[in-house]
Write a protein that binds this ligand. Structure first.
Ligand code: 5GP
Ligand code: ZN
Length: 114
């Protein structure tokens, strides 16, 4: 989508610090990190959110989660553990409407059972 900032990152029109890339998926550092390690993983093909992706391009789920898993092992993030989060809509706090998964780690994360 022409007015989507993450599509512009995929196209190289907005700079980003890449941590992972393959044919279909891009991982890059979040501009406003909420943890020692805070990356965003996206499919290069635009969808709006997880439900749009699930309804229309379900194959992308495997592409994205395989990439996150591969990255976590290569970067050693998997050794100490990490968290994957996706925000959907207003109550979820979604601010960028190109499906993305936050990959958080590098420290003990708070919330959710800690
Ligand atoms: P959301 O709130 O939609 O789940 O997450 C959007 C994330 O994108 C936020 O954590 C925000 O810091 C990040 N972000 C917004 N604009 C940019 C950008 O231009 N570059 C990068 N690297 N991250 C961005
Ligand atoms: Zn997009």
């Amino acid at each position: 989508m022409s007015n989507c900032i993450f599509c512009k990152i995929v196209a190289g029109e907005i700079p980003s610090t890449k941590v992972y890339e393959d044919e279909k998926v891009l991982g890059f550092k979040d501009l406003n990190p909420m943890a020692e390690v805070h990356n965003l993983f996206i499919h290069k093909d635009h969808t709006q959110d997880l439900n749009d992706l699930s309804d229309n391009k379900q194959d992308q789920l495997g592409d994205i989660f395989s990439a996150i898993s591969k990255y976590s092992k290569e970067s050693k993030l998997a050794e100490d553990g990490f968290r994957v989060v996706t925000n959907i809509g207003n109550n979820g706090g979604q601010t960028v409407f190109h499906t993305h998964f936050h990959v958080l780690g590098g420290q003990r994360l708070g919330g959710f059972g800690s």
